[in-house]
Design a protein around this ligand. Structure first.
Ligand code: FAD
Length: 294
């Protein structure tokens, strides 16, 4: 098997010229599991670890630009935790330290699992994903890149190069439920972003449908019920309606990890708690102790 180790994107594209069926390898934390279980037999591999353009992150105007090769450990670093707290929270729940050191954001997108922990955060942040090939670049929303369980719209020789998200967009929360506390694939996960300046709430649900789901009705409802000047809810009773709308947005299935009913319940609890935490940040920490956050 041929293994290409390009140092830059141009060299990666050249590798696809030489071997169009080659497959991309980043941290290998999904890829190698499939190889080991004989679910994948790549004729050639393009290893992305040394590709300079995929490394690190930068601030560009009001956007954080994350290289596709950024690892979960890097996303948990102090500066990025401040800029993108939801993504840092999600990263902390991924696998073990070894997985977080090797696994990348680009790999999470490339795998396109409905349970991928970075994906609800990217959806709630309205992230743009930039993909490139020898033919040029295109920028996609998450729903344009991931169109089904483990299905993307990536074309031959296309590489995810970066993810662009608005910097410090209000408050962010990520919550995950699994069958145990650590080293676990999500039974349900939720990202909630409150854009105080734009007066909107965005809520994305993972592991409760074939792809990440934006709970649009719930978002619209709760955005209309927040007193944006006081940063509080006008009526605590609205939380029940928000939770019900989140649950009705979910399209879960029964599988070896959970029942659909439990997933629907869990996603509602996560969304409710995320909302409580975001509001508590601005109200002396009391919201989460109220009766509805259960
Ligand atoms: C023990 C264990 C625990 C795990 N826990 C979690 C967890 O809690 N949450 C979670 O979400 N995931 C988890 N995972 C899955 C995995 O770690 C993540 O999905 C990770 O982000 C994959 O990144 P990677 O760099 O290792 O990708 P790789 O395994 O190298 O690649 C994954 C896929 O993406 C493609 N790919 C990689 N980079 C690119 C790119 N730049 N452009 C286009 N395609 C690309 C590859 O071709 C491949 O199909 C776990 C895995 C293991 C083994």
């Amino acid at each position: 098997m041929t293994v290409f180790v390009p140092a830059c994107l141009e060299e990666a594209f050249d590798a696809f010229d030489k071997c169009p069926d080659a497959q991309l390898l980043a941290g290998g934390t999904d890829f190698m599991v499939e190889v080991n279980f004989a679910l994948r037999r790549p004729p050639a591999v393009v290893c992305l670890r040394k590709v300079e353009e995929l490394k690190g992150w930068r601030l560009e105007h009001a956007e954080v630009v994350l290289g596709a090769g950024i690892t979960y450990a890097e996303l948990m670093g102090p500066q990025l935790s401040d800029l993108l707290p939801g993504l840092a929270q999600a990263s902390r729940t991924v696998g073990s330290p070894q997985i977080r050191n090797a696994g990348t954001l680009g790999g999470n997108l490339g795998t396109a699992s409905p349970a991928g922990d970075s994906l609800p955060v990217l959806a709630a942040l309205d992230a743009r994903i930039v993909v490139a090939s020898k033919k040029g670049r295109r920028s996609l929303g998450l729903d344009e890149l991931i169109i089904g369980p483990k299905r993307t719209t990536l074309g031959p020789g296309e590489v995810i190069v970066e993810v662009r998200v608005p910097a410090a967009l209000g408050s962010q929360e990520f919550l995950k439920v699994g069958t145990r506390n650590a080293m676990v694939i999500a039974v349900a996960n939720v990202a909630l972003v409150v854009d105080w300046a734009g007066q909107s709430v965005r809520c994305a649900l993972g592991s409760v449908g074939p792809v990440v789901i934006r709970a649009r009705d719930a978002e619209e409802f709760i955005s209309s019920r927040i007193d944006w000047a006081r940063r509080t809810l006008t009526d605590e009773g609205d939380v029940a309606e928000f939770t019900a709308l989140v649950r009705s947005a979910a399209r879960p299935i029964d599988d070896h990890r959970s029942t659909a009913d439990y997933r629907r319940h869990a996603v509602g609890v996560c969304a409710q708690r995320a909302l409580g935490r975001v509001l508590a940040d601005h109200n002396g920490g009391t919201w989460e102790q109220t009766s509805w956050a259960s």
